[in-house]
Design a protein around this ligand. Structure first.
Ligand code: ARG
Length: 661
């Protein structure tokens, strides 16, 4: 049961009576919140102040009227009014214990009933572009998407996870070009993915070199030249006599000079890139031997799309090892998908999509390309290029149509980097114009993972290990920490094998938890030290908390299953017991908050708080040495509920626990 939601519903009923209208009631009821300090009650309603203002009555008077109408006797003690008109709601002991008691036998769901009206969600996440190195952003998408799917499912919804793999894009043009000119058959046979990665990197660097040398650099030079003449014109112009005009004139000159300095800097930066590249004479010679590589790569991609037999055969040869490689990463992360319909799956639908958009008058020719012009949107949504090629956008439209047809979802969630928000805004707007209705579209965007330098995080450059190297390093470091902690014990308790298992869970858990615990819309700095810390809101701390709670049963020689079945009662007389008990009951609130905002960090926040409540319970309330048997049993039952809630919460986040560490 979501207690907060229940209280809001009750307050809403009272509000309608007091305000005499339904209007605005939902916003006012939303002002019932968990309170900061449970001393006066676990929840607080702050709606009497704005309602008083609206009704022109003193807020305390309004609060009194609300309390009179409020029917919460089954849940709360008599509400108290404090300060200017806060209504404090304190849960009844009997309510808390009854709810905890009811959660006891419900081993898996801990008393949380599935939603009454399940919805169907398609969740599009991970979706890397294969054949080029997967980056940390794809881990973040994978981890957030997987957690959201698990929570949605647990809450009672139907989910369909779909990995929209980029298996049809320009990167294949690069690899095909690379293969034809620089491919190494023996290397591919031995280690296919590193060979493809080498080709991708090589071709990509040559394409970039030419783009800078042949286009960006001359363009920058032109800009510098234009600005230089603007500055000298201004400098040569006669100085105005009027002092005020004189000032303005001087300002204009200095502004223009500032702009010139910026443009010169941009030019220098590009020039430095070229110099650096050319310093490697072999590389330079190679680039000169492939002067039109940019167009050639596009042509290879176009040929693949047009059904060219050679390119098709190469694609069919290259794709399987790429898929096997990402599958390894998923295995390591413990992530699976219901579907992995890559971009190539929609290949046959694309022409039809554009034709239909055209027939409906939505797509119009512009400069030889086909565009959808969206009201209020500056740039059009490009669905077919001048050369006839279809785009990422076209595939995404075909994908939406397919999903609607096959799965009839109520919502489609796209867990993708915030840099694609313009794409998704345009995509959703186009889909609506195209007639796709009765489905919620959400771009679950997330921020960038940054390195220590504050720039987008890069895996150790030059190495082809990429992501798996990142995971390996986390596990290695976790092993060092776990071993050091264990060695520091008077009697170490973990075998070498056990340490390895714990390290794998702690290391992978650390990376996942860091991705989840940060508010997804903000950027965050990737730091092994921070994510592997044993204190603070980290996976290691949460896993340790779980192990600590669970260890009590072993120490006391108690079987939690027997205890639960014994019909023993839970009491919450001590404030720390009560706080822990209430926190356990609030699991449902945390899950609903995750679903409401598609933000897994609400769940990590909750679990961290629960662990904190457990710590103070543990310090204040002896469990195995409780004063009497009843109290001992009650406290053990609280431990049992805590450990199950922690384990379930972490499981929904995709984080494995260990019994000891
Ligand atoms: N492949 C894309 C990338 O790596 C992400 C795809 C996201 N999903 C989608 N339906 N557009 O940037």
């Amino acid at each position: 049961m979501n207690i907060l939601a229940e209280l809001r519903a009750r307050v809403a009923t009272a509000l309608v009576e007091v305000a005499g209208a339904e209007q605005g009631v939902a916003e006012l009821a939303a002002m019932v919140l968990p309170s900061q300090d449970a001393k006066f009650g676990e929840y607080q309603a702050n709606c009497a102040m704005p309602l008083g203002k609206r009704l022109g009555k003193p807020p305390r008077e309004v609060a009194a009227a609300l309390v009179e109408k409020l029917n919460v006797a089954d849940l709360c003690e008599t509400p108290e009014i404090a300060g200017p008109g806060f209504i404090n709601l304190r849960l009844k002991d009997a309510f808390v214990t009854a709810k905890l008691q009811a959660a006891l036998p419900d081993v898996d769901r801990i008393g949380i009933a599935p939603v009454a009206a399940p919805r169907t969600y398609v969740v599009d996440y991970s979706s890397p572009n294969v054949a080029k190195p997967m980056h940390v952003g794809h881990i973040r998408s994978t981890v957030i998407g997987d957690a959201l799917c698990s929570v949605l499912k647990f809450v009672g919804h139907r989910t369909i996870s779909d990995n929209h793999i980029g298996d049809w894009g320009t990167q294949f043009g690069m690899i095909i070009y690379g293969w034809k000119h620089f491919g190494d058959e023996a290397a591919f046979k031995k280690t296919p993915v590193p060979e493809l990665t080498r080709l991708y990197r090589l071709v990509n660097s040559l394409v970039e070199y030419h783009a800078v040398r042949d286009e960006a650099l001359p363009a920058a030079a032109t800009k510098v030249g234009e600005q230089e003449s603007r500055v000298s014109q201004l400098e040569l112009a006669p100085t105005p006599a009027d002092p005020a005009e004189q000032k303005k004139h001087a300002k204009r000159i200095s502004q223009a000079q500032g702009q010139l300095a910026d443009l010169r800097r941009e030019y220098k930066e590009l020039e430095a890139k070229i110099t650096e590249f050319e310093a490697d004479t072999k590389q330079k010679a190679l680039a000169n031997a492939h002067p039109t590589i940019g167009q050639a790569v596009l042509a290879e991609t176009a040929a693949l799309h047009a059904g060219d037999a050679t390119n098709r055969a190469l694609w069919e040869r290259f794709l399987p090892p790429c898929l096997a490689e990402i599958e390894e990463t998923y295995k390591r992360l413990g992530v699976t998908f219901d579907y992995a319909l890559g971009e190539s799956f929609y290949e046959g639908d694309l022409a039809g999509v554009v034709a239909d958009l055209k027939a409906k008058g939505l797509a119009k020719p512009s400069d030889g390309a086909m565009c959808v012009f969206l009201p209020g949107q500056e740039a059009p949504f490009l669905v077919q290029k001048k050369d006839g090629a279809f785009l990422y956008a076209t595939t995404d439209l075909a994908t939406i149509a397919y999903r609607m047809r096959e799965w009839k979802p109520d919502a489609m969630l796209y867990v993708v980097d915030h840099r694609q928000s313009f794409h998704f805004d345009s995509l959703f707007a186009t889909a609506r114009l195209w007639g796709i209705e009765n489905v919620e579209f959400q771009h679950i965007s997330f921020g960038t993972v940054l390195g220590d330098d504050g720039k987008p995080f890069k895996t150790r450059s030059g190495s082809s290990v990429g992501l798996s190297g990142l995971l390996d390093e986390a596990v290695e470091r976790a092993l060092a920490i776990v071993s050091a902690n264990d060695d520091a014990r008077p009697e170490p308790m973990l075998s070498i094998d056990e340490r390895q298992i714990v390290a794998e869970r702690v290391g992978i858990g650390a990376i996942k938890y860091a991705d989840l615990a940060h508010n997804r819309t903000s950027d965050y700095k990737f730091s092994y030290d921070k994510m592997l810390a044993m204190t603070g809101n980290t996976a290691a701390y949460m896993q340790y908390s779980y192990a600590r709670v669970s260890s009590i049963f072993g120490k006391g020689g108690v079987d939690p299953n027997q205890l639960r079945a014994s019909g023993a009662r839970i009491s919450v007389d001590h404030p720390a017991e009560r706080a822990l008990g209430v926190a356990i009951l609030q699991f449902s609130e945390a899950l609903d908050r995750v679903v409401g905002d598609y933000r897994p960090n609400y769940l990590t926040d909750y679990l961290y708080e629960l662990a904190g409540k457990y710590s103070s319970f543990f310090e204040n309330c002896p469990v195995l040495k409780a004063e009497n048997d009843d109290l001992r049993t009650s406290r053990l039952l609280l431990c049992d509920l805590t450990s199950r809630t922690l384990a379930r919460g972490l499981d929904l986040l995709g984080i494995e626990v260990v019994e000891r560490m």
